[in-house]
Design a protein around this ligand. Structure first.
Ligand SMILES: *Cc1c(COP(=O)(O)O)cnc(C)c1O
Length: 378
């Protein structure tokens, strides 16, 4: 087709023109005079986005988010290490299975799909067992739940020897508040194709001084993803130069918008999607607004509609939304609202969906009212 699809996906997300243009920058020696200052400022701006502690380090890897998860497991843990994995959905399970494949000694807490983890339950487990690490998902993209990572970090910090807090924040940073430093997070993972408004292909791993101190000498079973040279700001291998240029431009756009505006824009997008779903009869599966994700919304689909028919019809009209994952595959669709997305763009997508779903014309009005009443219309 001549026109690109409209995408309301939790990644990949739309890419701004300034980022596309930056990615066309001519190639040069990645260790030379042209690229070196670019690399330096990208690292600095990225560290600021993570609120990386002063003595922390950040690695930029040529990988998607999952590569960042795997690098974190292999670099900060060794086979046999006792680790607590918190399973809040498909991405929590993925993190745990990576830990399993590295032969870590795994304990799990299983949280019902659609609910957030309870920090106190996790603290209790950590009091009883001296885990080396705890693996959590910040924004569980499969269920559209935002987990209370801040509360967990603050409470873990009060233990006498807390485990390393490792956070998959791939669909959260930089779209929701995140403070590696103030929340005592040891390892945080993010990726280019979500809130960073870039194409897929870069994974980011931020690490605290404490985490780096406790790194085993050699990472288990990984040499390409040995994080030490990446932390040392060397290029052990050829970086994905074009993506770095895109990220450089994207980080400038993010800074221009600023954190308060970005966070409230994502909150508004989430409220609009939830308000639309409630009136359209596609009820948001996450009931409580408090734990509802600012970047993706899972909506329950009931007979005679099915996720496949809604997505198929939308796709025929040029709109792509995501399906349910795992146990929700046949029960849900997910509307992504992350990154380079205005309320007007979301509204356009919801308008199209309203025409595909019988008796949902009023739904647009509720979405409109939420938008109209927002302090900032964006
Ligand atoms: C997108 C995502 C990932 C990583 O997926 P990739 O396809 O490897 O980039 C991991 N965790 C969460 C929570 C995600 O949203």
């Amino acid at each position: 087709m001549f026109f690109p699809p409209t995408i309301l996906l939790p990644g990949p997300t739309p890419v701004p023109e300034a980022v596309e243009k930056a990615m066309l920058t001519a190639m040069s020696d990645h260790r030379g005079s042209v690229f070196t200052p670019v690399a330096q400022r990208v690292r600095q701006k990225l560290a600021a986005t993570f609120h990386l502690p002063q003595d922390g380090r950040i690695a930029i890897l040529p990988a998607t988010g999952t590569g960042g998860l795997e690098a974190s497991i292999k670099n900060f843990f060794s086979p046999g290490d006792a680790v607590l994995a918190v399973l809040t959905g498909a991405f929590g399970e993925r993190f745990a299975s990576i830990a399993q494949s590295t032969n870590l000694h795994l304990d799990t807490v299983v949280v019902p799909w659609g609910e957030a983890f309870d920090p106190d339950t996790l603290i209790e487990k950590c009091r009883k067992t001296p885990y080396k690490g705890i693996l959590v998902t910040h924004n569980e993209t499969s269920t559209s739940v935002l987990n209370p990572v801040k509360e967990l970090g603050l409470k873990l910090h009060q233990l006498s020897s807390p485990p390393l807090l490792v956070v998959d924040s791939i669909s959260a940073i930089p779209s929701v508040p995140f403070h590696m430093d103030q929340w005592y997070i040891d390892v945080a993972i993010a990726a280019s194709q979500k809130g960073f408004m870039c194409p897929p292909g870069l994974a980011f791993v931020g690490a605290s001084h404490r985490a780096i101190d406790r790194m085993p000498q050699t990472p288990s079973g990984s040499s390409y993803f040995d994080l030490k040279p990446y932390f040392a700001e060397q290029f052990p291998y050829t970086p994905a130069v074009s993506l770095w240029y895109g990220l450089d431009a994207a980080l400038d756009l993010l800074a221009e918008e600023g954190e308060p505006a970005r966070f409230s824009r994502h909150r508004l997008l989430s409220d609009m999607a939830r308000g639309w779903g409630l009136t359209a009869g596609l009820v948001p599966i996450v009931e409580s607004h408090v734990i509802a994700s600012p970047t993706v919304t899972a909506l329950r689909v009931t007979e005679p509609l099915t996720p496949a028919t809604i997505r198929g019809r939308a796709s025929d009209m040029g709109l792509q939304i995501a399906g349910g994952m795992g146990e929700w595959h046949h029960d849900a669709v997910r509307i992504g609202h992350v990154g380079y997305l205005s309320p007007a763009e979301l509204f356009k997508g919801l308008a199209l969906l309203s025409h595909l779903i019988p008796q949902s014309e009023n739904a647009l009005l509720s979405s409109w009212n939420i938008w109209h009443q927002a302090a900032t219309p964006f």
